[in-house]
Design a protein around this ligand. Structure first.
Ligand SMILES: [Zn+2]
Ligand SMILES: [Zn+2]
Length: 188
């Protein structure tokens, strides 16, 4: 039973990582205050130069998620729901960027333990994540494991959410200017 709860918590954390990633990729704007500089600009840079962030240390990549994680812990504690599931969820969420970074590193850079965890599919593999960096870069948003993406992409969840946002708010997803269109890179 505990094993099942661990797996479900992992899958939920993976889904949330994908939800935030999709929001960043589809609707984040560079010019927005705070999130533009902290989230969208690094995100756009990552689509143009996927290996750039691998030179950053853990804190550089994770401090913002650490702040969000502490906020989740505080809210859970204040509302009396601070179970081990929340701790595990936060631990995974705080490390989402780090796990994403591992998917851009070679086995030599990652070392034997991380490489082993990727090989047994407990962590997302570089091969799996490479599909997110394949044009048109609108799938495989979850970054923790390889299990949630195939489900969400098969049911076309992100397309459906974008259609809902368009019909309700008349907002379309932004153009990903790292996507090559008709042989040329978009520049707008
Ligand atoms: Zn992305
Ligand atoms: Zn990536």
């Amino acid at each position: 039973m505990v094993v099942l709860e661990v797996i479900i918590t992992l899958l939920v954390a993976d889904f949330i990582s994908g939800l935030f990633h999709w929001l960043e990729d589809a609707f984040g704007r560079e010019e927005w205050p705070i999130t533009g500089r902290l989230v969208t600009q690094p995100n756009i840079l990552h689509h143009h130069n996927p290996r750039y962030f691998t030179r950053h240390g853990w804190f550089h990549s994770s401090w913002l998620l650490l702040c969000l994680g502490l906020l989740v812990l505080l809210c859970a504690w204040l509302s009396g729901f601070l179970t081990w599931h929340v701790w595990l969820f936060v631990a995974l969420g705080v490390n989402a960027n780090q796990i994403h970074k591992w998917a851009h590193r070679s086995p030599v850079e990652n070392g034997p333990i991380i490489t082993f965890l990727q090989r047994i599919w407990l962590l997302q593999t570089p091969r799996h994540h490479a599909q997110h960096h394949t044009d048109p870069k609108n799938s495989h948003y979850c970054v923790l494991t390889g299990f949630v993406n195939p489900i969400l992409d098969t049911i076309r969840l992100w397309d459906a959410l974008e259609a809902v946002i368009w019909s309700v708010f008349r907002v379309r997803r932004r153009t990903d200017n790292s996507v090559v269109v008709a042989g040329e890179t978009f520049s707008g």
